[in-house]
Design a protein around this ligand. Structure first.
Ligand SMILES: Cc1cc2nc3c(=O)[nH]c(=O)nc-3n(C[C@H](O)[C@H](O)[C@H](O)COP(=O)(O)OP(=O)(O)OC[C@H]3O[C@@H](n4cnc5c(N)ncnc54)[C@H](O)[C@@H]3O)c2cc1C
Length: 433
């Protein structure tokens, strides 16, 4: 196992160890009830750790689907390097190993004063009472300008059928065809993810001998938002013959019927593939709570509770965590897993009459394949404390980034590519088994 991989595994293990010594729920006559919405990385982890650390807690995990298709590694499903089954995660071990109650259905309405959640299931509507509610519903897409049909021009930013659709469209590309993709305006799910996709698609086209085929990247941001060195090099050197990169490309209109897109800097008509990844906001059910101007739910980073209803918590991609200027908490599966543990700990403490722990840290890691044999990586660690405004003044409390690690050019290599699978496996197991 390489040094890097050991470090990531230790980070995961460390997060668990730091929070494991919480007070347990002692002999409550009636087990307190926690309902969790969303069995992605945030929801699965919080359900597991509430049971593992809290003992006598009645935890119900609600998801619209019977399994979760992880976005992590999904770009490798797009290129055919992995089957979809390798990123499809079941919930059975959460029930068997930890006693989580599973409910398949779509959460439709929160009633915070009444402490109930309404879920639409195959056997009708169910009203679930809760003492605490945790929402981890991932992302929703902001309305697209124009005529956007994701069945013709897929986003593949929620994995599953969309991933397969994009994979099939890529496989149908021939020489001189164009693959056009957008990078949404930050904040969005997985900052390096779109650049990673551009790289693996370019690599695929080269390996398949698609002469003259292009990948056009239309980035709504002023520049590459994550790992600028690694991706800058990948765009300008490794995949220079294929990738054309345009920053400041605000999408003006999309037309899925002709696979055409107009942006403020570049317009393309009749692309062979249009991978439109829209701007993002909190998952739909979380939009019933107060949102910030970017469309996410502001939370207290000690408990992930929302100000108006402290027993309603939002974790993962849907939440907005106060942080220092220019050091935003990334929306990643690793971070969702980390936030879930802090949230579980705070809920268990509240059942025991304690306030949340202030000595907390969260972390994130993303591995990005650059070719079919090499990968880059990015990690970031945050601690609770003062957070700073652009002028350096303290603007309040939140999660302050204390460490940012990026793969140096000589580590964008095969070792990192292999570390990627071990890291993903450890995250999958920590969240779902
Ligand atoms: C291409 C790509 C690559 C990525 N690579 C990495 C990486 O290397 N590392 C990393 O850490 N992260 C990565 N990510 C990001 C990661 O996938 C997300 O940040 C993570 O999934 C967020 O977890 P979550 O729990 O907030 O949401 P999700 O994992 O999206 O889970 C949300 C769940 O909620 C369910 N749901 C939503 N609404 C309802 C409702 N109303 N009722 C019932 N169920 C509902 C959904 O069915 C879903 O199962 C990547 C993302 C992409 C797109």
């Amino acid at each position: 196992m390489s040094t890097l991989n050991r470090r990531h595994l230790l980070k995961l293990a460390g997060a668990a160890a730091a929070l494991a010594a919480v007070p347990r729920v002692l002999n409550a006559a009636v087990a307190p009830r926690v309902v969790v919405v969303g069995a992605g990385f945030g929801g699965a982890t919080v359900a597991k750790y509430l049971r593992m650390w809290g003992g006598n807690i009645d935890v119900t995990l609600v998801d619209a689907n019977a399994t979760h298709a992880a976005c992590i590694l999904s770009n490798l499903v797009v290129t055919g390097a992995l089957p979809l089954s390798s990123i499809t995660l079941g919930f059975d071990k959460l029930a068997a190993n930890h006693g989580v109650t599973l409910l398949q259905g779509r959460a439709e309405a929160i009633d915070p004063p009444g402490n109930t959640l309404t879920v639409n299931t195959a056997s009708g509507r169910k009203v679930l009472p809760y003492d605490h509610l945790v929402l981890s519903p991932g992302i929703d897409f902001s309305p697209a300008p124009g005529i956007w049909d994701p069945l013709r021009t897929p986003h593949a930013w929620q994995a599953g059928a969309q991933t397969t659709l994009l994979k099939n469209q890529l496989a149908a590309m021939r020489s001189y065809d164009t693959f056009v993709m957008t990078v949404p305006k930050a904040p969005y799910r997985c900052p390096p993810g779109p650049y990673e996709r551009a790289c693996v698609v370019a690599d695929y086209l080269k390996r398949k001998g698609r002469t003259g085929a292009k990948v056009v990247v239309l980035d709504a941001n002023a520049g590459i938002t994550a790992e600028p060195e690694a991706f800058g090099r990948a765009f300008k050197v490794t995949h220079a013959s294929v990738i054309q990169y345009y920053p400041n490309a605000t999408v003006v209109s999309v037309d899925s019927t002709t696979r055409s897109i107009n942006t403020s800097v570049k317009s393309i008509r009749n692309a062979k593939v249009l991978n439109y990844i829209p701007n993002q906001r909190a998952g739909k059910i979380a939009q019933q709570l107060a949102l910030d101007t970017a469309g996410f739910v502001p939370v207290d980073p000690l408990s992930y509770g929302v100000a108006a209803h402290p027993n309603v918590h939002v974790i993962g991609d849907s939440c907005s965590v106060p942080s220092s200027f220019g050091k935003a908490v990334p929306k990643s599966g690793h971070m969702a897993n980390s936030e879930a543990k802090v949230c579980a700990d705070a809920i268990i403490r509240s059942f025991s009459g304690y306030g949340p722990d202030e000595d907390i840290a969260t972390s994130s890691a993303c591995f990005s394949p650059i070719t079919s044999k090499s990968a880059s990586w990015l990690s970031a660690n945050f601690i609770y404390g003062d957070v700073y405004a652009a002028d350096g003044s303290v603007k309040g409390k939140g999660m302050h980034r204390v460490d940012l690690g990026e793969a140096p050019p000589d580590r964008v290599n095969g070792d990192s590519y292999e570390d990627m699978f071990q890291w993903a496996e450890s995250l999958f197991v920590d969240s779902y088994a």
